[in-house]
Design a protein around this ligand. Structure first.
Ligand SMILES: CC(C)(COP(=O)(O)OP(=O)(O)OC[C@H]1O[C@@H](n2cnc3c(N)ncnc32)[C@H](O)[C@@H]1OP(=O)(O)O)[C@@H](O)C(=O)NCCC(=O)NCCS
Length: 221
């Protein structure tokens, strides 16, 4: 989707940036892991297919994705390819119902799991989906054995709606009622800026400005 191609979301621990070609080699390495393929119900792709996938995430109007960066390392000057830890996605699954989106999350780097990165990234994506894309219902499809992910989405107020024995997965849903919208808002101070802006400021940082100065430029919404 083109709408987020220049959007950056900043939380406490994570920075969500658009999926760019320079992220693809690391992403491709991650997805060689059979564990990640199983947990995310993904097929392994060649590097060329992964580049095509990156283009499709950018161009298809029914897909929205962000790469998750470790904000601390990023502020210390780490190149994005080295401080990326996972991704978070939305699929608009029904063309006749643009208010419905399926959400996916992956913290690919094991050392970053269990440290709040997944929860914060999902919260940011929910916030972005509600405020920028007008999503009113989110669904998550999770393998029955993936207790970690099920617990994460339960913590984020998702309710069980169905269970498929055939696919060994369950569907959870979060409806954006007014109380739920209020619950999401104060617990997720979201700051947004443009990707072009942070790239420009990174170039400035090479000239002496630190990246924490850069992130202080980010607007709170
Ligand atoms: C599932 C996943 C996204 C969770 O992200 P994370 O950053 O590790 O989780 P967080 O540290 O943000 O934890 C948030 C909540 O998730 C649950 N959780 C996290 N780790 C857990 C674990 N090892 N066991 C059980 N629940 C766990 C807890 O409810 C936790 O809240 P709490 O700390 O208040 O108890 C991450 O582990 C991951 O990407 N795993 C591999 C790929 C995957 O399974 N993706 C989901 C496909 S549906």
């Amino acid at each position: 989707m083109r709408i987020n191609e220049d959007t950056v979301l900043r939380g406490q621990r994570v920075l969500l940036v658009p999926y760019e070609p320079h992220h693809v080699p690391r992403y491709h390495e991650w997805m060689k892991s059979e564990e990640l393929q199983k947990l995310t119900a993904s097929e392994p792709l060649t590097l060329e297919q992964e580049y095509n996938m990156q283009r499709s995430w950018r161009e298809d109007p029914d897909k929205c994705t962000f790469i998750i960066l470790d904000a601390l390392q990023w502020e210390q000057g780490c190149p994005e390819e080295q401080c990326m830890v996972g991704d978070v996605n939305l699929f608009l699954t029904e063309s006749e119902n643009p208010g419905l989106a399926e959400i996916e999350i992956m913290i690919a780097e094991p050392v970053f799991r269990g440290r709040g990165f997944g929860e914060e990234s999902v919260r940011l994506m929910l916030f972005y989906g509600v405020t920028a894309l007008g999503i009113s219902t989110f669904e998550a499809k999770i393998g029955l054995e993936n207790v970690t992910s099920i617990r994460l989405f339960h913590k984020l107020h998702f309710q069980d709606v169905s269970l498929s024995q055939v696919f060994q997965e369950m569907t959870l849903r979060w409806e954006v009622t007014e109380p739920e919208r209020q619950w999401l808002a104060p617990s997720s101070p979201v700051m947004m800026t443009t990707y072009k802006e942070i790239q420009r400021n990174i170039n400035n940082s090479k000239l002496g400005q630190s990246r924490s100065d850069v992130s202080s430029d980010v607007k709170s919404v």
